[in-house]
Design a protein around this ligand. Structure first.
Ligand code: RIB
Ligand code: CA
Length: 306
């Protein structure tokens, strides 16, 4: 199985990328960047820099700079204006590939057994599905951090950021029939990392570990203020670890998930139908709980890998 990581780094995206790449467990064809936490230029720059800091040979492809329909959202308040904790990382020496991320996803899906790990808004994936009618049969699975399991939003009262930032794209992906493993916001909130793990990250001596630890402080400060105790929230890391080792998901439910794209107050809501009384079939397996200790170890092993 080959993998593409579609991402909007982003501090928690960085933890996911580091773990996915340095674990060596996934055969990663490339990283595709998308608008999201910050603008595409910054998400792409951060992806390039992370790959360089790991000394990894993973090409980066630039994707969509804006959602399909609505205006662009961002989450700079949680990730910094640069998307990496305002740590003024040096400019990457490498450049993104010339090929557009959407074309790369289509080409890869037609050449390989391909799975996607998506960590940001689903614009690139939706555009690929719209451009290549056969894609929904080609892509084996999507492991995503997205949505909510109990309508507890983080960007609006009901919507999680990756869906809220492009609800039309999310609707296309959930309606595609591609098997989905969805790690929702509530599960991330239930799987935060405490002072012991934070201290272990601060003690990392590798280049990528030190860079992450510096960027992490920005996120720890805000999450701690939000939750009232010193914790680190790394949503995307849970999805990356689920892609590497599905046993990190300790409780899950199959459901029909649809995305609300109308609704004055509910736009971006992932509607979870476990009953499916209308005869519809499940389109997603929703991770309701994850193994925090196993995930923490996978990340610490990855940031100290080299
Ligand atoms: O809601 C959390 C998600 O939005 C994460 O992927 C985070 O990086 C932001 O993109
Ligand atoms: Ca993200």
């Amino acid at each position: 199985m080959k993998w593409i990581i579609d991402t909007d780094p982003g501090i928690d995206d960085a933890s996911a990328i580091i773990t996915a790449v340095n674990s060596g467990a996934l055969d990663i064809l490339g990283i595709t960047t998308v608008h999201g936490n910050v603008g595409l230029n910054h998400t792409t720059r951060n992806a390039l820099k992370l790959v360089e800091l790991m000394g990894a040979d993973v090409p980066v492809y630039q994707g969509a700079s804006r959602p399909i329909l609505q205006k662009r959202e961002h989450a700079a308040e949680y990730h910094g204006e640069d998307g990496f904790g305002n740590t003024s990382l040096a400019e990457p020496e490498t450049k993104p590939q010339a090929q557009h991320a959407v074309d790369f996803i289509i080409e890869a899906a037609n050449k390989h057994e391909l799975s996607l790990l998506t960590l940001g808004p689903l614009t690139n994936v939706a555009l690929a599905i719209a451009m290549d009618r056969g894609l929904e049969k080609q892509i084996k699975q999507i492991v995503m951090m997205a949505g909510t399991s109990r309508a507890r939003g983080n960007t609006s009262p009901l919507a999680e950021f990756n869906i809220f930032a492009d609800p039309e794209a999310a609707a296309v992906v959930f309606e595609s029939g591609i098997p989905i493993i969805m790690v929702p916001w509530e599960t991330c909130l239930d799987t935060v990392f405490g002072p012991e793990t934070i201290a272990q990250i601060r003690n990392s001596s590798t280049q990528v570990g030190k860079a992450f630890a510096q960027a992490m402080e920005y996120s720890v400060e805000r999450t701690t203020a939000y939750l009232g105790t010193e914790v680190l929230l790394l949503c995307d890391l849970l999805a990356a670890c689920a892609a590497i080792d599905p046993s990190v998901i300790t409780e899950q439910v199959e459901a029909r998930v649809t995305v609300e794209t109308g609704g004055r107050f509910s736009r971006g809501l992932t509607v979870i139908d476990e009953r499916m009384d209308d005869g519809s079939k499940p389109n997603a397996s929703i991770a309701l709980a994850c193994d925090r200790a196993k995930i923490a170890k996978m990340f610490l092993d990855a940031i100290n890998a080299k």
